[in-house]
Design a protein around this ligand. Sequence first.
Ligand code: GDP
Ligand code: FE
Ligand code: FE
Ligand code: FE
Length: 195
Amino acid sequence: EMIYRGRYYNGSRKSLVEAAQAAMSEYRFQHVLRVEEMAVALAEKWGVDTEKASVAALTHDYAKERSDADFLAKIAEKQLDPDLVNWGNNVWHGIVGAEMVKDELGIENEDILTAIRQHTTGAPYMTTLSQIIYMADYIESGRDFPGVEEVRTLAFEDLAASVGWQTGHTLAYLIEKQVPVYPGTLLTYNAWSVK
Ligand code: GDP
Ligand code: FE
Ligand code: FE
Ligand code: FE
C-alpha cells in the first residue's frame, strides 16, 4: 500500500481513502478503489507519478452522489461556464466536482484537478495523467462490456489509441440511447477517435 509524501494531499493515503468512503455509497467506493489500482498500474507503465495517479483516482468520483442543488450552487459560487446549468450529474460530477475536491479536500494540484474535470468527457488535449484516469475509470477490474479485455490490453500498449477507443464507443452509446451529447465529448471524439 502506497505511502504518500504529502505533495498533493495534506494527509495519508488512508485518510484520503476515508474521505472518499464517507462521500459515497459502498458500491461506488469499491469502484473508486479499483480505479486507483488500475490508475497506479497505468502510471507505472507510462511513467507518471503513482502518488498523483492515486490521489486523482481516489477523488475522481468524490462528488458523484452530491445533490443537483449542491452542483448548481458551486457553478454560481465559482462562476463556471453558465451553460453547465443545462446539464446534469454525469457532466457535473467531474467538471464541477473538481471544485469540491479543491475546496473540501484541499487538493490544489492543477494536473490532478484537470484529470478529475476531464474524466467523463475527455478533452482535445489530455496530459498522460488525464488519459490514465479517463482509461482507468473505464477499464477497472469490475467493468464488464463487449471488448473490455481488448481495450484493457490496448491501454497498456497504446494509451492514446485506447482513449480513442473509449471516446468512439461512448459517443456511439450516447447516440444509441438518444441522450444529449456534451459539446466537450464531441471535441474529444474529433481529437482522439477520427482517423
Ligand atoms: P462513472 O462516474 O464511474 O460512472 O463514469 P463516468 O464519469 O466516466 O461517466 C458517467 C456517465 O456519463 C456514463 O454513463 C457516461 O456514459 C455518461 N456520459 C459520458 N459523456 C457524456 C455526454 O457527453 N453526455 C451525457 N449526457 N452523458 C455522458
Ligand atoms: Fe465519474
Ligand atoms: Fe469515465
Ligand atoms: Fe468513476
